[in-house]
Design a protein around this ligand. Structure first.
Ligand SMILES: Cc1cc2nc3c(=O)[nH]c(=O)nc-3n(C[C@H](O)[C@H](O)[C@H](O)COP(=O)(O)OP(=O)(O)OC[C@H]3O[C@@H](n4cnc5c(N)ncnc54)[C@H](O)[C@@H]3O)c2cc1C
Length: 388
């Protein structure tokens, strides 16, 4: 079986990857995006080998590699002493062990590279500035000029495509927010490592820092408890939000504190995740990416899962005996994978934010685990080959 066309709602990582993977199999795609243009929203993304392998198969990796940075390691560092607790090698090691590279890029770089590839596909049409609400089939057909064989909800954590699927997942505020700011290389304090992705750990919060070649500086994200500004991608911090953030980093290394105090932009994201639920309606509608499984960024895998979803769904839609069969197989396989990744994130959250005597235990365990052993723990995640 092969379908003739698909309507894809949302032009984020999930929607663009799905469109590219489907169109390369000869399926016409209409990508419908509410934004009038794809702006530079978001922050840096870690793109792990399980995702870069797919980007390579889709032919977009070389363009990304021209702009991204390949860190030498992923380091865990104490937020108090700035002493290294452990590290996982990346760089050439990642290419050899997981047969694909590990890179960091701005979200907008990855989105642009995917978009360029989608626009170069004769089978793809992009409809910007069009919002599809409540699974509105008539609006989709009018836009596309044809009835869609399949509707793909790639419309993120507050997806309205879910209205077409009974018992679909529901979004929930995690009570955590992610603060993001950048600092130019020339102004960066010496403790920031230009060749690593570094997570600075402390009780109940953490900070992730890595260089981004595209901006000539560091991407810095602080994750801590925060107030809910509502269903919004990115918000401006109130004085109260800022005070709450700084309070949680009290007792951290003074160099980190002054870095946080120097933050001028005060932009943050509320971190939402979605509950378990149905990802497809048994007929023609299916969710991919955050719409299906938005998760906390503790394993840095949300975009990677969106990319894996897009590839998997396209493969099944072009090979299964029927659309319902393809959607059911996709849901079964991808749910299991996303659940495992989510539990890794839950584990990381516990390990990163642990306090008191447990923290001492964590540091001891990490001190005795060689980098190769920590890398081996990640084989199931980074070595996963959705294209096999
Ligand atoms: C602080 C932070 C750090 C992160 N770090 C990483 C990382 O290092 N690595 C990683 O892999 N992931 C990371 N993630 C997760 C990652 O950013 C997301 O999982 C990923 O961007 C989800 O992509 P998506 O395409 O599913 O959704 P989105 O990017 O949200 O895209 C959805 C699109 O749908 C459009 N849309 C919504 N509703 C409609 C509608 N009704 N009609 C038309 N269009 C609509 C939106 O405008 C948007 O363009 C991080 C997330 C956060 C918050």
């Amino acid at each position: 079986m092969s379908i003739r066309n698909a309507a894809i709602i949302g032009a984020g990582m999930a929607g663009l990857t799905t469109a590219l993977a489907l169109s390369k199999r000869g399926i016409r795609c209409h990508v419908i995006e509410q934004a009038p243009y794809l702006a530079e929203v978001g922050a840096g993304l870690q793109i792990s080998p399980n995702a870069s392998r797919i980007l390579a198969r889709l032919g977009v990796l070389p363009a990304l590699e021209r702009e991204w940075t390949e860190p030498e390691r992923i380091a865990l560092v104490s937020g108090r002493s700035l002493g290294r607790l452990a590290h996982v090698p990346a760089g050439r090691f990642a290419r050899e062990r997981w047969r694909a590279p590990y890179g960091v890029a701005h979200r907008s770089t990855l989105q642009r590279v995917l978009l360029d590839a989608v626009m170069a596909e004769p089978n793809c049409a992009l409809h910007l500035g069009k919002r599809i609400d409540h699974h509105d089939r008539a609006a989709l057909a009018a836009l596309a000029g044809e009835e869609p064989d399949v509707i793909v909800g790639a419309d993120g954590v507050w997806s309205s495509t879910r209205d077409g699927i009974s018992a679909a997942p529901e979004p929930d505020f995690s009570r955590n927010v992610a603060w993001r700011f950048t600092i130019a290389m020339a102004d960066a304090p010496a403790f920031l490592q230009p060749d690593a992705v570094t997570a600075y750990l402390g009780p109940s919060c953490h900070l992730v820092c890595y260089p981004l070649r595209e901006i000539g500086g560091f991407n810095i994200v602080a994750i801590a408890a925060g107030l809910n500004p509502g269903e919004i991608w990115e918000a401006t911090a109130s004085i109260e939000q800022k005070r709450l953030l700084l309070q949680q980093f009290r007792g951290w290394n003074p160099q980190i504190l002054s870095l946080l105090k120097s933050m001028d932009s005060g932009r943050f994201w509320p971190l939402y995740q979605v509950s378990d639920g149905a990802w497809q309606n048994g007929r023609d509608t299916v969710l991919v990416g955050d719409a299906a499984h938005a998760m906390m960024p503790f394993a840095a895998q949300g975009a990677a899962m969106a990319i894996e979803d897009g590839w998997d769904l396209a493969t099944r839609l072009s090979t299964a005996a029927s659309v319902p069969q393809a959607l059911a197989d996709y849901e079964r396989v991808r749910k299991a994978r996303a659940a495992r990744v989510r539990s890794r994130g839950t584990f990381n959250r516990f390990a990163y934010h642990v306090r008191g005597p447990l923290r001492v235990g964590r540091d001891l365990v990490l001190a005795f685990r060689p980098p190769q052993a920590l890398a081996a723990d990640l084989d199931w995640l980074y070595g996963y080959d959705a294209t096999a």
